[in-house]
Design a protein around this ligand. Sequence first.
Ligand code: SAH
Length: 439
Amino acid sequence: MAGKVYLIGAGPGRPDLITARGLNILKQAEVIIYDYLVDPGLFLGLSAKLSRSDGSPDLMVKRAKEGKKVARLKNGDPSIFGRLKEEINALRAANIEFEIVPGVTAGNAAAAYSGTPLTARGFASSVVLATGHEVSGQSTIDWEKIAALPSIVLYMAVENLGSIVDKLLQNKKSPRTPVTVVSCAGSIFQKKVEGSLADIAQKAQKIPAPAIIIIGANKKYDWFKNNRRILFTGLSGEKFFLPGTYFHLPMIEIKPLADYSQLDHRLKNLEMFNWLLFSSRYGVQYFFERLFNLALDARSLAGLKIAAVGRSTASALQNYGVKADLVPKIESADGLSQELKKEGIKQQLVFMPRSNLADKGLEEKLTRLGAHVVSCVAYDNVMPQNLPDLDVSFFDEIMFTSPSAVRNFKKRYKTIPKRVKISWIGEVTRKEVKRVFNK
Ligand code: SAH
């Protein structure tokens, strides 16, 4: 039996602008066929097979005929300059069932992230979405009609901006009409140029695609520019309701090991240890994944005392039904070893699943206190592949959550301009910031 296809709008710019429904479907899809403009950040944690396809619906039809659960993911909204008609025709011709899931279109994102209302009472009671591809030759667009409208949103118009402006001026649009050009709306690459119909073509010459051009709307408040912009380099999800607008670009990537024989050996013999010590939530995650892989479960930890270096590690443990016996008040290697000392760690056998990069500080401290420490790599912490080129001065602040993120940032982006503030979480991270960036 043929599979079913969902044509889904991914939204523009940032991966979390997809709808909850769209994301729920992606989680259950076996095959995701996506456009080049779709943010790959959207695919983290999904198990589907990914294929990029920018044109023909053939692959989608082929996979559906094989009985696969197919998601066809389009940038923005599928019904706006998204070749939806061709895809519907292909699916109907092949007799394949489908559903359409709407998305946030780029015009809406550009309006939101430049603080520009597309309609406003008493000023603009209608808005038109138009392509900028058709200015010369056999244009199906009536530029005279468009020019008469109070609010115009143009897609695919960067290249032809000069001729579009001419058309509008020829059709009596005032040269003083405000124009806002927003490139990569909502993303860490957003760029914005403002001007009037008279000067925008010249001002926006260098703005890169993809961009939206908003003509006519004027009552705006640019919250995006006025808020403090913070680049967050850690892996945890966004915390809302904090001051500033956060952009997430993780500077580390966590990966499973190629060979788990060492860890597995320890996991089968956990009862020999007195203490089990977790220094990160990833340690917890890979520890349990391997444990389950060996057909064991949390009961293997029954006789052990368990310590977590901080609250996020402790809460990861809690998710596996395990409550840490010890979480130090000061969340650091020092804090932990101080409290373990009070517990009487001398002569105790301690097991520490850790990352390939974990610094040896904690292990040494405990050894000095007379403990016998066995540590074992449970996961790799690596430099993410394909980190994009970045205009670091776009941000007001860069926040580091681990020493490895500091080093990887330095390796990839070299410097941080003076006016950009550096912030950190935790004492070890602070030290690494000082060492690497001299701040
Ligand atoms: N279906 C999409 C549009 C695809 S056409 C949607 O609903 O948004 C491609 C055009 O979309 C680009 O030329 C550009 O004008 C616009 N676009 C897509 N992503 C954008 C983004 N993040 N910022 C600004 N414009 C974007």
